[in-house]
Design a protein. Structure first.
Length: 752
């Protein structure tokens, strides 16, 4: 049978399901004249198409011209749009024009009061009589008609007919097969397929739970559909909308006593709260699910919920508690013989071990996960395991090996068509290039990642990538562009309720203001970030915020207050077992002592930081520590020892491909030679630093090197050239809004 014959059959089937209401609609069309309103309820778009084709193919069309007007979700002023369209309609002679309005439900929405399109519909109701002198049929699903009647009551009062069409069993069965009975998870679907499935679920929901009275409802089916809609919106990174559906599902499961589904709904609610970074609410939802699973003796469900509880503790960076939950989960999985699920648990245990800087243990767990995934032929799981092993290499500064593992993962993801995984892989490859100082390459990879994430509608990850692009612009000294990207990230995070992401963005924005020398504004943003992290119980984030607030006080010269904040940060990082963070804290405490002129104490703290970084295998951190120790020796006038430390730092940075670190180190070495009086060597090193800084777009470093060259040329008595370098440095610092640097160079230049 041809496609057209199939379609004709479906149209006839739909009309035969609704013979009486179709006849009533024909009568309405026949007798309506001038401005007349009819509302047609059809829950599935395909059946709305059938209805319109049925009207157009009916003999009534010999006297009636049906014009379908489709509108998108951004519509606000319906009448204005119709007035624009009317003159463009080619009229058929001796036929009555009937306008069929479609798509209005997208502007009406499902939640919230008084949508703008309905406010306008109510407000300009009287103007329709003159400006739109034709019968109008509004073809809408159940919820849209209900909301229109409620929020545009005056317009609704003018209705001349309401026509409720029932869904055919074939359409309903097809929708169930493609949604509730589908074996494909939402994560594997492309964005258009995800949206199609959501629309089908929402149509099914209206069919099983109509708003008008006198129609049979199906609470059991509704709770399943609401649950699936929650899962769908979670997969799109929209936890707020997901929670609206899940809370309704929970209510129905409580009414029906379906406690097995209730446990699943609690788990999804926990995930929604987790995405919103409402960790206490997430814990509460998971605990409710855990209690039900234990009551039912559902060991598999119990293991799943213990896994989710571990995830929350991981988000809170409470590593010991996370480890305990994962181990409990693993014990149950081993007891019930669920080998495959053990792989995911091993991965999470690996993550915890990595965060506690037990890298050997982390690698062992990831390898165990990889073995299970390989045994089961789960190439997606294998790709993810390679990615996690890549993270270990990245944290150790072994960027070449990390890149190899990420690219191995990316290759499999590309073969599998896992666009989401590919987007993530390009993002982490971008981070490797950023660590190497290859900012242009990093930017290209971030943009590649962003393109895929935008296509998939993963707005949460898009916000993260904008933040990383902001980091690149910040490193380049393009603070206005960095701020724009951080704001863009913050806007999406705020909209999605990602409070942890918001705290991060406020912190990054604070960094920009700190670089500009706007310390009061930076402090305000850091405190805003700290307040939210405290509220979320994000203790690791709190430690970071105290550290950045310490930086502000150090810049102000309030070294005692800075030290107090750094100590507070160190204490919490020690408590959390965050050994990498501890190494950073000792480094910043060393900066305080260096500023005080206590070089011996500064050296002790830098050595303590270096020792821990060496133990952790953090080669990038080790290179940074050697550079700081070089600064100490330079301040002491030990030029040879300073040079040795700088060269040791430079050697590792060169090996790692850290070009931004290399540029900064060349600058330090140049200043060391300048203070030594070796002006030619100083000039050569400074020019090397300047060349790399220009290549990388390191605007702030360019200004610093120009200032060193100004001092150098002044010593040579090349006053005109010295002034040119000084003016360039001054201009760059001024463009950056770096008030503290401007003040420093102005003071020194005038005093020399």
């Amino acid at each position: 049978m041809s496609t057209q014959n199939n379609r004709d059959l479906e149209i006839r089937r739909f009309i035969s399901r609704n013979p009486q209401v179709f006849t009533q609609l024909l009568t309405f069309v026949d007798f309506s004249d001038k401005f007349t309103i009819g509302f047609v309820e059809v829950n599935f778009n395909t059946e709305a198409d059938f209805l319109i084709e049925g009207l157009q193919n009916h003999p009534i069309s010999q006297e009636t011209q049906f014009e379908v007007l489709n509108f998108d979700e951004n519509l606000r002023f319906l009448r204005d749009e119709i007035i624009k369209i009317l003159p463009t309609i080619k009229r058929e002679p001796n036929k009555k024009l009937v306008l069929i309005v479609r798509g209005l439900e997208k502007s009406i929405g499902k939640f919230g009061e008084y949508p703008p399109v309905l406010q306008d519909l109510n407000w300009v109701r009287d103007a329709y009589k003159k400006s739109v002198p034709h019968p109008m049929l509004f073809v809408l699903p159940d919820y849209a008609i209900t909301r229109l009647a409620k929020f545009a009551a005056d317009f609704w009062a003018w209705r001349s007919g309401v026509f409720l069409f029932k869904t055919t069993q074939a359409t309903r069965d097809d929708a169930v097969a493609r949604t509730l009975d589908s074996q494909r998870s939402f994560r594997t679907l492309e964005t258009p397929e995800k949206q199609e499935r959501i629309e089908l679920l929402e149509s099914l929901l209206m069919d099983y739970n109509p708003s008008h009275s006198g129609t049979e409802k199906n609470p059991s089916a509704c709770s399943n559909i609401l649950h699936q809609l929650g899962v769908a919106y979670l997969s799109q990174g929209n936890p707020i909308k997901a929670r609206e559906y899940l809370e309704k599902a929970l209510e129905l499961t409580k009414e029906s006593g379906n406690i097995s589904l209730q446990a699943e709904v609690y788990n999804e609610l926990g995930k929604a709260y987790e995405q919103e970074r409402q960790f206490l609410a997430a814990m509460s939802a998971y605990q409710a699910s855990l209690e039900i699973s234990r009551t039912l003796g559902n060991r598999s469900g119990e293991a799943n919920t213990l896994y989710y509880l571990g995830n929350v503790c991981q988000d809170l960076r409470d590593w010991e508690k996370a480890k305990k939950y994962y181990q409990q989960c693993l014990k149950i999985q081993q007891a019930i013989g669920d080998i495959y699920s053990q792989a995911s648990t091993y991965q999470q245990l690996g993550w915890v071990a990595k965060e506690m800087w037990n890298l050997t243990e982390a690698e062992r767990y990831y390898q165990q996960a990889l073995e299970i995934f390989s045994e089961y032929g789960d190439r997606s799981g294998m790709a993810y395991s390679w990615k996690k092993l890549g993270e270990i290499e990245r944290d150790c500064g072994n960027w070449d090996e990390a890149e190899r593992l990420y690219r191995q993962s990316l290759e499999v993801e590309a073969e599998l068509g896992d666009r989401s995984g590919m987007g993530y892989s390009w993002g982490v490859l971008g981070e490797i290039e950023q660590n190497r100082g290859n900012w242009n390459e990093a930017e290209q990879l971030y943009q590649q990642s962003l393109e895929v994430l935008t296509e998939l509608g993963d707005r949460l990850w898009m916000a993260s990538i904008w933040g990383l692009l902001g980091n690149i612009e910040q490193n380049r000294g393009n603070w206005d562009e960095a701020e724009r990207l951080y704001r863009q990230s913050l806007e999406v995070q705020t909209e999605l309720g990602d409070r942890s992401g918001m705290a991060t963005s406020w912190g990054q924005w604070g960094d920009i203001e700190r670089n500009r020398g706007n310390w009061d504004e930076a402090e305000r943003l850091y405190r805003q970030s700290l307040e939210l992290r405290t509220e979320l119980g994000d203790r690791s984030g709190m430690a970071t915020s105290w550290g950045t607030l310490g930086d502000i006080e150090r810049n102000r010269g309030n070294w005692d207050e800075a030290e107090r904040l750094y100590q507070e940060s160190l204490e919490l990082r020690t408590e959390l077992g965050d050994r990498s963070g501890m190494a950073n804290s000792w480094g910043t405490l060393g900066d305080i002592e260096r500023n005080r002129g206590n070089w011996d104490e500064a050296e002790r703290l830098y050595q303590e930081s270096l020792e821990l970084r060496t133990e952790l295998g953090d080669r990038s951190g080790m290179a940074n520590s050697w550079g700081l120790l070089g600064d100490i020796e330079r301040n002491r006038g030990n030029w040879d020892e300073a040079e040795r430390l700088y060269r040791q730092s430079l050697e590792v940075m060169t090996e790692l491909g850290d070009r931004s670190g290399m540029a900064s180190t060349y600058g330090c070495m140049g200043e060391n030679e300048l203070l030594r009086g070796n002006l030619d060597a100083a000039e050569q090193l400074s020019n090397q630093a300047l060349m790399m800084a220009k290549e990388l777009g390191m605007t702030k470093l360019m200004a610093e090197v120009h200032y060193d060259l100004a001092r150098l040329e002044r010593q040579r008595n090349n006053l005109e050239l010295a002034q040119q370098h000084y003016n360039t440095a001054h201009q760059i610092f001024q463009q950056l809004g770096a008030a503290q640097y401007l003040e420093k160079i102005e003071r020194e230049w005038e005093s020399d």
